[in-house]
Design a protein around this ligand. Structure first.
Ligand code: PHE
Length: 341
């Protein structure tokens, strides 16, 4: 038994010293000191010894156990130190390596233009609304008094999702008039900017996707004078205090009376030039008094309330504002173009 103990001791100590990892060391500990371990097996045979032999052997066995435990402790300390050193080496930060450049982007020119317009309206007490681009024909047309058969409902103009022409990509932001009137408390003063979609071929002034800003005011006693006063004030803020406007009669199904608003060409002062295509005037928005039918469609009594609405194209404004000559530049996202703003 003595020899067995000595053998276990020398083998175990050698093995512990060579362990490469904490896991390996632990399995060695189980192999020698565990319940079914080699040292335990020897200790179990103690009972077979005579009463004289037992104390000396017991003492020796205890010594071996202590020695093994101490060796494990030492080996484990060594492994931990090694692991720490390795980690420090692996995770070392080389402070001499140059940093990676952080590229900060900036707003797209069209959204810069939109921010300016939003600021003007917010300053006049308007709230900014957001609405769905996938819209129901009910909102894009029906409730806006553009009934079945109206030319703008044609498949050649509008992107529909279904055969029945009930779900579509909105062709204007005007459905937001209805959504505002149906959900908001009166009086209402909102603008609703966003994308709209029409089946147009791409050229220097057309795109199947573009942006509009809808506006709506509904209150008691709102008149055409409020429409003109508000839009004139906005246009002077956008295009400068000297800008001259013209309100030209027009037709929209959801406003009555309706008008289009032109500004006198700032390039030629109205004489006619390439910028205004010889017209002397540039159209900037459509507007009108909210049609009584539309008010009624939205549950508002037209005998008590009235309102005006307007819609303007954002790209056209951004193009004038930043002197951009081709609409396609706005959507192509060529960095050489975008970096100029
Ligand atoms: N929705 C109209 C268009 O797309 C513009 C408009 C809005 C006209 C509001 C009048 C009132 O042409």
């Amino acid at each position: 038994m003595k020899e067995q103990l000595a053998k276990i001791r020398s083998e175990a100590l050698a093995a512990f010293g060579q362990a490469q990892s904490a896991a390996e060391l632990d399995s060695l500990r189980v192999q020698y000191l565990g319940k079914k371990g080699e040292l335990t097996a020897v200790l179990k045979m103690m009972g077979k010894l005579s009463a004289e032999e037992r104390p000396a052997m017991g003492q020796l066995a205890n010594e071996v156990r202590s020695a093994l435990e101490a060796a494990i402790e030492a080996a484990s300390g060594k492994l931990e130190a090694q692991a720490l050193e390795q980690r420090l080496k692996d995770e070392a930060v080389d402070v001499t390596i140059p940093g990676r450049e952080v590229k900060l982007g900036h707003k797209h020119p069209m959204y810069l233009a939109l921010d300016e317009i939003k600021d003007i309206f917010i300053g006049m007490g308007f709230t900014v609304l957001d609405g769905p681009e996938v819209e129901l024909a009910e909102y894009n047309f029906d409730k806006l008094n553009a009934e079945e058969g109206h030319p703008s409902r044609d498949w050649s103009d509008t992107f529909y999702f279904d055969e029945d022409s009930r779900v579509m990509l909105r062709s204007q932001t005007s459905p937001m008039q209805v959504r505002a009137m149906e959900t908001m408390e009166l009086p209402i003063r909102i603008i609703a900017p966003g994308r709209v979609y029409r089946k147009d071929e791409v050229d220097a002034t057309h795109s199947p996707m573009f942006h509009q800003i809808e506006g709506l005011v509904v209150d008691k006693g709102v008149t055409m004078a409020d429409l003109k006063g508000t839009l004139n004030a906005v246009i002077k803020k956008i295009y400068g205090p000297a800008s001259v406007t013209r309100f030209r009669p027009h037709h929209f199904p959801f406003t009555e009376p309706s008008c289009e608003v032109d500004i006198q060409c700032h390039k030629c002062g109205g004489k006619g030039c390439p910028t205004c295509k010889g017209e002397g005037w540039i159209e900037v928005l459509g507007a009108g008094m909210v049609h009584p039918k539309v008010l009624r469609n939205c549950g508002i009594d037209p005998d008590e309330y009235s309102g005006f609405a307007f819609g303007m194209g954002l790209e056209r404004f951004a193009m004038g504002h930043f002197k951009i000559s081709d609409l396609r530049l706005i959507f192509e996202n060529d960095e050489r173009f975008l970096q100029q703003f």
